[in-house]
Design a protein around this ligand. Structure first.
Ligand code: ADP
Length: 540
């Protein structure tokens, strides 16, 4: 077995770890980092503005961080600045070794719908249609208008009396605003920058409701490229049954929760889906497994799609140290179990609107902090002398050593691999933690709620229906799917000796995924080489 296959299996197996068990273990270890045993260091300091999601502030306070107060703290005396909008170039240039920003310059070129379409079209031209075939056919308006009209009429001719479906979306807006779905070109209306995309009219339905996946991806560096994927996520449902005969019903065709939470059926207990409009990703995958769907294969395809998408923009991103970017990938699965990339979100919503949000997003923020530690946040601070002896001294020490401190070196491949092994809970950690705080009680309560929900979902075991025949679909994949591996006694796969088993909390390292891609991402990004490696994996 080569490293690539092993990575896929290891990744999948990590996905299978009990999220809550993993979370508890991780919290215990991380509080040691947060609180800096021995009190040699001051608490870490975070900076926010009005746009910062409340959950970020509450998680950091819970972890013992201090909130930056510009009245009484030195201007440089903070470790993490988290906000929803991007930073000014000066803020990137003046970053100190002990500081982190939650955005990387240039990343909006992936998150604007028209820019994403341009990047992916460029990659298709360079590396072939077959590898970049995971986005619906897209036209950028107004420049592609003539091409779109030609395609529309060609398709109309080919389909005869059958309708073809399209979706028109404003390039810069989000939350389903300004979207129209049409089958008659006379209904197409747009001004400014829009994209017109093939409408996926055979989505995988759950209880006859359309859904899409919100996958969280954290890029901790572009040079060298390092991508982590979160093993938990959200599945967002439309709240009216899918109905192609009524294209105007947003509650049936759009899965944005900002729209569906306002729908008449939001509170209603809906067939299979239940109340509200969200599931956790793990609940969705367990639902698929009940239908004998190979969720491992689906996850692998999503991994590849994420890597290929980030690769499309990585070469054009400016060099910047000490930044990370959390992306929200929106992925729709069709009834052949093919994942389609719909869009990539900048500052994905972290608002807590329901219990599913609370359980997923709070842990997500905790795990991002864990990634920061993995990338040396505390050790940089130690190197730069940020001690517990007062702000003035801290800033002085920081300033005097600032010239000496280079930006933190990115982790080596070996250290990334090593991290997973070291992250096992130490006896010392067991002794000190857990602290039985109100937060841990809340987390336990949420965990119990999730378990109840999962049990309820199991009770409504899906029945085979003509419109959705997973066994038939599965046969499509049978020849491609790998046999499942069983976990060894340590929870690590038996073959994992030669493969990376890298995770920080519920984040799994998906790039680099073997030594070849590690080397190809070090001194400049060798995209061609990386794509060759991915192709080998995908052709298996
Ligand atoms: P926004 O940024 O406004 O949320 P999206 O591209 O995410 O825009 O689209 C909003 C919703 O519309 C998606 O969550 C999905 O339910 C639906 N949608 C978008 N594009 C397509 C498509 N090509 N085919 C089917 N449904 C789509």
């Amino acid at each position: 077995m080569n490293g690539l296959q092993t990575l896929g299996d290891v990744t999948a197996e990590i996905f299978r770890l009990s999220p809550e068990g993993n979370t508890v273990q991780k919290r215990q270890r991380l509080r040691m980092e947060d609180e800096a045993p021995g009190a040699a260091l001051k608490p870490l300091v975070f900076r926010v503005d009005k746009s910062t999601p409340g959950v970020v502030q509450s998680v950091l306070l819970e972890r013992g961080w201090d909130k930056f107060d510009e009245q009484c703290q030195d201007v440089e005396d903070w470790n993490l600045y988290w906000r929803s909008s991007s930073f000014r170039m000066a803020e990137y240039v003046n970053i100190k070794p002990w500081q982190r920003l939650n955005h990387h310059p240039g990343t909006t070129s992936l998150t604007r719908k028209d820019c994403l379409a341009k990047h992916l079209a460029h990659m298709r031209r360079l590396y072939g249609e077959s590898i970049y075939e995971f986005t619906p056919l897209t036209f950028i308006m107004p420049s592609d208008y003539t091409k779109f009209v030609a395609k529309y009429f060609k398709e109309k001719q080919d389909l005869g009396t059958k309708p073809s479906y399209w979706i028109c979306k404003p390039a810069k807006l989000s939350q389903g605003r300004g979207i129209i779905i049409f089958s008659d070109i006379r209904d197409l209306m747009f001004k400014d920058a829009y994209v017109v995309q093939k409408y996926i009219c055979n989505p995988l339905l759950v209880g006859r409701y359309k859904c899409d996946l919100r996958i969280y991806v954290c890029v901790t560096g572009f040079k060298p490229l390092t991508i982590y994927m979160y093993q938990e996520g959200l599945v967002r449902f439309a709240t009216e049954k899918f109905d192609l005969s009524n294209l105007e019903d947003d509650y049936s065709h759009l899965t944005n929760s900002s729209i569906n939470k306002l729908g008449a059926s939001y509170e209603k207990i809906k067939e299979v889906v239940g109340q509200g409009c969200k599931w956790t990703l793990s609940r969705f995958f367990s639902y698929l497994r009940n239908w004998d769907v190979d969720d491992l294969l689906l996850r692998r395809k999503i991994n590849h799609m994420v890597i290929l998408t980030v690769l499309a923009m990585a070469p054009s991103v400016p060099v910047a140290n000490n930044c990370f970017e959390l992306f929200g990938f929106d992925i729709l699965i069709d009834d052949n179990l093919k994942p389609w990339l719909l869009e990539v979100n900048y500052s994905p919503a972290l608002s807590l609107e329901c219990s599913t949000d609370v359980s997923v997003k709070r842990s997500l923020v905790h795990d991002i902090i864990e990634l920061l530690y993995l990338n040396g946040l505390r050790s940089e601070e130690k190197k730069c002398g940020r001690t517990s002896q007062g702000n003035a001294m801290v800033s002085q020490a920081g300033r005097s050593q600032q010239k000496l401190c280079a930006a933190p070196a990115p982790p080596s491949y070996a250290s990334l691999i090593h991290f997973a092994t070291c992250s096992k809970r130490s006896p010392a950690a067991q002794h000190i933690y857990p602290k039985h705080t109100r937060t841990s009680q809340l987390r336990e309560m949420l965990c119990r709620q999730n378990k109840l929900l999962t049990r309820e979902a199991a009770k409504s075991k899906p029945r085979l229906k003509a419109w959705h025949s997973p066994r038939k679909m599965l046969s499509l994949y049978a020849s491609q799917s790998q046999p499942r591996k069983t976990k060894g006694p340590t929870g690590i796969l038996p073959e994992a000796g030669n493969a990376p088993n890298n995770h920080a909390g519920n984040f799994v390292l998906i790039f680099p995924f073997n030594k070849a891609t590690f080397r190809a991402s070090r001194n400049g990004l060798n995209v061609k080489r990386i794509i060759q490696e991915l192709q080998k994996l995908m052709n298996k």
